[in-house]
Design a protein around this ligand. Structure first.
Ligand code: UD1
Length: 417
C-alpha cells in the first residue's frame, strides 16, 4: 500500500487550479440515471469516488464513457437493473444516492445499507422518510434496503436536519413523481444548487434550490444535458490553509468566492491577507497565526469538511482555540494523529480545545478519513523532519492530484510504495 511522505517545506508560492467538486460530481453522476438521452459532464474530478460511482452506473445498465480532462459521457436510456452490487456500495457511502433515481425511474431500488463510517454512524432515516412521503414502501432486511413505488406522488417533507444527501436523494426521486413536492429545512449547499441546475437542464421543474424550501413539480420524462461541475470549495479551502500554515503567498484559481465566505473570514481572523479577484483568491500567510474559534454548521456556516484542516492550522497558532463540531458526532479522529506530531489538543464531547504550540514534529500517522488525511498533509508541511502518512486511499477518494499540485507550489511531498 502506498504512503505519502511530507517534509518540512518552504513557504508555498505560485498558482494552483481547483478541480470540479467531488460532492457535486457524485450526485450529478447518480442523477444521470434519470436522463433518457446523452449527458455530457465536464470538469469531473479524477478521483477514486468518481471511479466507484461510474462503476455503479455501468452495473445498472448505463453506458459510461470517460475522456481525458474530466469529461464523462453517459447514456441511461437502457437502465435495466434496480440493485447495486454490495462490493461497490461498501466502498462509498455516496453510492446510496442512486436510490432516488432508481426508485423514481424503475419503480424499485435495492442497495445494501451504507455501513458505519469513521466520522459517525451517518444514518439514512431522512432519505427513507422522504421516499415514504412520496408513497414508496421501504423494506430494510438483512443489511439491505429496498424501496418500491410504481407511482410516486409529491408531498411536503420536513427534514429534521438539513442533510445534504437526503435533500439530494429526495429531490432526485421527486423530479419524476406526480405533482408537487416541497422539501422544508432542505440543505442549502452550493452542491444542491449545482444538482438542481443539472436536473433542470434535463427538463426537471425545480425552484428554491439554495434556500431552505425546495419546490419540485414532477415531469413525465427527462432528456439529456451538457453540464460543467462547479469548483470544489473544500479543495480550494485546503490549499488556502496550505498557504496560511507555511506563511506562503499563493493564488488559488477556479474558485467561487461566495461559496467559501466562512473560510475566508476565519483565515483573515488568523491574520492571513486574502485578496479576491474574480475566480481567483490570493492568500498571503504570516509567520505567526492568531488562534480563532470555529463551529461547524450546515451551509452557509463553516463547513465540517474544513474542520480538520483548520485544526492543523490552529495547532501551531498563538493561543487557545475551541473547535466545535456540530454536524457529525465523531469527527475528531485526526486529533490523536495530530497529537503524535506534538499538537496539544483535548476533546470534550463535541469540542476540541487546541492550545497552539511553537512547532510540530514529523511522525508516522494515518489518514483516518478524507479530510483528516488532508489535515495531516498540511501539518506535515510545517512539521520538523518527515511525516509519513498511511491509509492514503482516503485522500485519493477526494483530492485530484494533491501531490502534484502541492509540489508545483514548492512543497516537499511524494508517494512511496
Ligand atoms: C455530505 C458530503 C460530506 C459532508 C456532509 C456535510 C457528499 C458526497 N458528502 O455528506 O462531504 O461532510 O455532506 O456537509 O456530498 N443524517 C441523519 N439522517 C440521515 C442523513 C443524515 O441523521 O438520513 C445526519 C448525519 O448523521 C450527520 C448529518 O445528518 O450527522 C449531516 O449528514 P449529511 O448532510 O447527510 O451528509 P452526507 O450527505 O452524508
Amino acid at each position: 500500500m502506498s504512503k505519502i511522505v511530507v517534509e518540512k517545506s518552504p513557504p508555498l508560492k505560485g498558482t494552483v487550479r481547483v478541480s470540479g467538486a467531488k460532492n457535486s460530481a457524485l450526485p450529478i453522476l447518480a442523477a444521470s440515471l434519470l436522463g433518457t438521452e446523452d449527458i455530457v459532464l465536464e470538469d469531473v474530478p479524477s478521483l477514486r469516488d468518481v471511479d466507484v460511482i461510474c462503476e455503479v452506473l455501468s452495473s445498472l445498465g448505463a453506458e459510461v464513457e470517460r475522456y481525458e480532462g474530466g469529461k464523462i459521457k453517459i447514456n441511461s436510456a437502457n437502465l435495466n437493473k434496480h440493485e447495486t452490487p454490495y462490493e461497490l456500495m461498501s466502498k462509498m457511502r455516496a453510492s446510496f444516492l442512486v436510490m432516488g433515481p432508481l426508485l423514481t425511474r424503475l419503480g424499485k431500488a435495492k442497495t445494501s445499507l451504507p455501513g458505519g463510517c469513521a466520522i459517525g454512524t451517518r444514518p439514512i432515516d431522512l432519505h427513507l422518510k422522504g421516499f415514504k412521503a412520496l408513497g414508496a414502501e421501504i423494506d430494510v432486511d438483512h443489511g439491505y434496503v429496498a424501496a418500491y413505488g410504481d407511482k410516486l406522488v409529491g408531498d411536503r417533507i420536513y427534514l429534521d436536519f438539513p442533510s445534504v444527501g437526503a435533500t439530494e436523494n429526495i429531490m432526485m426521486a421527486a423530479v419524476l413523481a406526480e405533482g408537487e413536492t416541497v422539501i422544508d429545512n432542505a440543505a442549502m449547499e452550493p452542491e444542491i444548487v449545482d444538482l438542481a441546475n443539472f436536473l433542470s437542464k434535463l427538463g426537471a421543474d425545480i425552484k428554491g434550490a439554495g434556500t431552505s424550501s425546495i419546490r419540485i413539480n414532477g415531469v413525465e420524462k427527462l432528456g439529456g444535458a451538457h453540464h460543467s461541475v462547479i469548483p470544489d470549495r473544500i479543495e480550494a479551502g485546503t490549499y488556502m490553509v496550505a498557504s496560511a500554515i507555511t506563511g506562503g503567498d499563493i493564488i488559488v484559481e477556479n474558485v467561487i468566492t461566495s461559496h467559501i465566505k466562512p473560510v475566508i473570514a476565519k483565515l483573515r481572523e488568523t491574520g492571513c491577507e486574502i485578496w479576491e479577484n474574480g475566480d481567483k483568491v490570493r492568500v498571503i500567510g504570516k509567520d505567526s497565526r492568531n488562534a480563532v474559534d470555529i463551529k461547524t454548521l450546515p451551509y452557509p456556516g463553516f463547513p465540517t469538511d474544513m474542520q480538520a484542516q483548520f485544526m492543523s492550522l490552529m495547532s501551531i497558532s498563538k493561543g487557545t482555540s475551541v473547535i466545535i463540531e456540530t454536524v457529525f458526532e465523531n469527527r475528531f479522529m485526526h486529533v490523536d494523529e495530530l497529537k503524535r506530531m506534538g499538537a496539544d489538543i483535548k476533546i470534550d464531547g463535541r469540542s476540541a480545545i487546541v492550545q497552539g504550540v511553537d512547532s510540530l514534529t514529523g511522525a508516522q500517522v494515518k489518514a483516518t478519513d478524507l479530510r483528516a488525511g488532508a489535515a495531516l498533509i498540511l501539518a506535515g508541511l510545517i512539521a520538523d523532519g518527515q511525516t509519513i502518512i498511511d491509509h492514503v486511499y482516503h485522500i485519493d477518494r477526494g483530492y485530484d492530484g494533491i501531490e502534484k499540485k502541492l509540489t508545483k507550489l514548492g512543497a516537499k511531498i511524494y508517494r512511496i510504495e
